[in-house]
Design a protein around this ligand. Structure first.
Ligand SMILES: [Zn+2]
Length: 172
């Protein structure tokens, strides 16, 4: 078991641009395994390495819980190579607990990257899978879903966050 601590907003590591992975060594393999365990335990449907404090280009996701199908996807150096269409979907983030908002995303993306064996893989994604991939790849750029909200959404977030912090301060 290797549950990792999930970093939450405004931890500066969430704003770092993650580094490409050139060598798949024991550290990366263990990180991927621990990230998957951490995601399932949370529970969540996706996790980027910055979220556990490691700014490397690695994401894990699994939509089984939401869509009843799928399985663990581990993707190194993921990159969107094609994008089209649009959709608006309610998103949340393990690094911003307790806040959800609708975000505009592409409805269709093609993402390429490598698996843990170093093989190139390409994913044709639509709907929720496309949303999760865009959300996680944003993390690797140091971007959060709240950055993509309009002025009203951003204000709602500021208020909600202020309130959450006050509650926390009251507890401590
Ligand atoms: Zn997130």
């Amino acid at each position: 078991m290797g549950l990792l601590k999930i970093r939450t907003y405004p931890d500066p590591v969430l704003r770092e641009r993650a580094e490409p992975i050139h060598r798949i060594d024991g550290f990366i393999k263990k990180l991927a395994k621990d990230m998957a365990e951490t995601m399932y335990a949370a529970p969540g449907i996706g996790l980027a390495a910055n979220q556990v404090g490691v700014p490397k280009r690695l994401i894990v996701l699994d939509l089984r819980e939401r869509e009843g199908q799928g399985g663990l996807v581990v993707l190194l150096n993921p990159e969107i190579i094609k994008a089209s269409g649009s959709l608006r979907h309610e998103e949340g983030c393990l690094s911003i607990p307790g806040f959800y908002a609708k975000v505009n995303r592409y409805s269709d993306v093609v993402v390429k990257g490598q698996n843990l064996e170093g093989e190139d893989i390409e994913i044709n994604a639509t709907g929720l899978l496309a949303v999760v991939l865009q959300h996680e790849i944003d993390h690797l750029e140091g971007r959060l879903f709240i950055d993509r909200l309009g002025p009203v959404g951003k204000e709602l977030f500021r208020r909600k966050w202020r309130k959450l912090r006050e509650t926390e301060d009251a507890v401590q």
